[in-house]
Design a protein around this ligand. Structure first.
Ligand SMILES: [Fe+2]
Length: 170
């Protein structure tokens, strides 16, 4: 019995789920950037504690979940297709390095937002604003780069068997 159509169908479904997950992950990260920008704009005298706590709770986990998917599922799948491209390989290396830096930065920011969200005001607000702006501006650039350089490549994986179904973004 020829099961090729079923395998193709399953691969397509998994691929579409992965692409949808990746797009949703970008949307959530950009929404978080907007939240962080609002917090930065609220410093030092219009801080909403609840906003700081919410962003702090989301920040580290979202970054780790997205990076785990990209590094364990998306990038390996793309490497199989574009293994001969030095330019592609360099882009993946760059993005992976940025992930590491962003996670460290996100942990620092989350810690400070938790403190401020709990009512702490004896922090250097100028430095906190600088941290927030540095983070969300870099993350927006990162996402724009991924979209510009990888979107069409990701579309080619719609029917590729390398995809595996990722967990839902939180
Ligand atoms: Fe990324």
């Amino acid at each position: 019995m020829d099961r090729t159509p079923n395998r193709t169908s399953a691969g397509t479904a998994a691929g579409q789920k992965s692409i949808a997950w990746w797009r949703e992950a970008h949307r959530l990260q950009l929404a978080l950037c907007d939240d962080l920008e609002s917090i930065a704009d609220s410093l030092p005298s219009n801080i909403v504690n609840q906003d700081c706590l919410f962003a702090a709770k989301c920040l580290s986990r979202l970054m780790r979940d997205v990076h785990a998917f990209e590094e364990q599922t998306l990038f390996p799948a793309l490497r199989q297709v574009f293994h001969a491209s030095a330019e592609f390989s360099g882009a993946v290396d760059r993005l992976t390095f940025e992930h590491l830096a962003d996670e460290c930065y996100a942990d620092d920011i989350a810690e400070k937002l938790l403190y401020v969200g709990a009512g702490g005001r004896d922090v250097n607000m100028e430095a906190l604003g600088y941290m927030l702006r540095g983070f969300f501006e870099a993350l927006r650039r990162h996402i724009a780069f991924e979209r510009d350089h990888f979107s069409s490549a990701v579309e080619t994986l719609q029917t590729a068997a390398e995809w595996r179904a990722p967990p839902a973004p939180k």
